[in-house]
Design a protein around this ligand. Structure first.
Ligand SMILES: [Zn+2]
Ligand SMILES: [Zn+2]
Length: 408
């Protein structure tokens, strides 16, 4: 976590974002270790999370996400679902994939795979040797990646500022139990000297802590649900909502907006992710093309910034991997209450379920020139189910209220 920026929030490069999301996908309430042993070793595979960047070399977009389930390894679930649509793609996997997954990645044309250097999916020398040989005679490149966070100058690291929060501590413990506190010995990490080893260990630990803060520490622990349709009320609803909402918080750190980060995801009711977005200038923009204005002057913002920014919700919808989807079965998550423009997009597509923070919780400056009133109007008029993040300190009250609503 060496680099720093002035002001705003911590930032993530695209690959770092994808790896953090892959690690978080392994933590999905839908993720399970697969039942079947790997043929080469009779060893059971660990659970993994995967993110795919599409094959567009210049403007690659986050295309899909998956995790292991009872009947499939995570990478294989992605390969079986999207097949040749993964041609030329780059995958980010929370563990070094097993030999089965490696073969299938090659068949669907995956170009590069990055993995987090924790215990491999199948920790067995035989299987790792097959992975290496399979790779050698293929077009596929496989590399280790420990994500880096670009920190904001002159602010304490988030893990120091919020380490004392109970939510963060729980998440930290869960992440450390699963991934360890340093790279695994079999993870192929190349280190030239002792200092570098120490640095890699530090980075490994810090990145998991950052993730704990962003996914749990910064996120309220419960939601209040307005107008919930009965079919949405599954047993793991709260966990699934929290997991997806956490992804929007991670995505928000990839913005090219100089001051405000927003993340959004589109998910169906089974928990499959259909689209990912963050706010920022258009995909072919370089930093010099648009203003880096950070001030608070609304007039200046309206002139040099707002007309050029594409909102996270719009990007999640525009970049979605399923052109056709059932809007009644789809949930849009955003780390910020949708603005009036995004509300029109949501309404146009007929999306009936939205998870977002309450608009009244926005800081006054953030609700300035863009306009946010239409979303609440739309929710009322069309009786869409709206799940709102609520203050975690009121967690128990909200759970009680949610339960009452569920029983009605
Ligand atoms: Zn596998
Ligand atoms: Zn918007």
């Amino acid at each position: 976590m060496a680099s720093t920026v002035e002001g705003g929030e911590d930032r993530l490069g695209k690959y770092d974002l994808c790896m953090l999301m892959a690690i978080w996908m392994e933590m999905s309430p839908n993720a399970q270790p697969p039942d079947d042993p790997v043929p080469s070793s009779e060893e059971k595979a660990a659970c993994v999370g995967v993110i795919a960047l599409d094959g567009n070399l210049v403007h690659s977009k986050i295309f899909a996400a998956a995790c292991s389930s009872k009947y499939s390894h995570g990478v294989n679930a992605l390969a079986l679902k999207y097949g040749q649509r993964l041609d030329g793609s780059t995958l980010f996997v929370s563990r070094k994939p097993c030999s089965e997954c490696t073969k299938h990645m090659i068949q669907v044309g995956v170009k590069t795979v990055y993995y987090f250097p924790t215990k491999p999916e199948v920790k067995k020398e035989d299987d790792l040797a097959i992975v290496d040989h399979t790779m050698k005679v293929s077009h596929l490149a496989m590399k280790v990646l420990i994500p880096e966070v670009i920190r904001v100058k002159s602010q304490p690291p988030p893990y120091e500022a919020t380490n004392d929060k109970e939510e963060t501590k729980i998440a930290q413990k869960e992440l450390e139990e699963r991934f360890g506190d340093k790279p695994d010995a079999l993870s192929d990490i190349q280190v030239p000297d002792d200092d570098t080893i120490e640095q890699r260990h530090q980075e490994f630990k810090e990145v998991l802590t950052w993730l704990a803060v962003k996914t749990r520490g910064d996120l309220p622990s419960a939601y209040i649900v307005q107008n919930p349709p009965p079919e949405m009320l599954k047993e793991n609803e709260q966990e699934l909502l929290r997991h997806a909402a956490s992804l929007t918080y991670i995505l928000a750190h990839r913005t090219t907006d100089p001051s405000t980060g927003v993340g959004a995801v589109l998910m169906n009711k089974k928990g499959d992710y259909l689209g990912f977005g963050y706010n920022g200038y258009q995909i072919n923009a370089s930093l010099a093309d648009f203003s880096r204005y950070r001030g608070e002057n609304e007039k200046d913002k309206q002139k040099v910034k707002y007309p050029y920014i594409v909102h996270a919700e719009a990007n999640a919808l525009l970049f979605r991997n399923e052109p056709e989807f059932d809007p009644n079965d789809t949930v849009l998550f955003s780390s910020k209450s949708p603005c009036n423009h995004c509300t029109f997009h949501i309404r146009h597509l007929g999306i009936k379920h939205v998870v977002a923070p309450e608009s009244s919780q926005l800081p006054p400056a953030a609700s300035g020139a863009i306009g946010y009133g239409k979303f609440d109007e739309y929710c009322k008029a069309d009786a869409i189910s709206k799940y709102m993040f609520t203050d975690s300190r009121k967690c128990n009250d909200n759970y009680a209220q949610g339960d009452e609503e569920k029983q009605q």
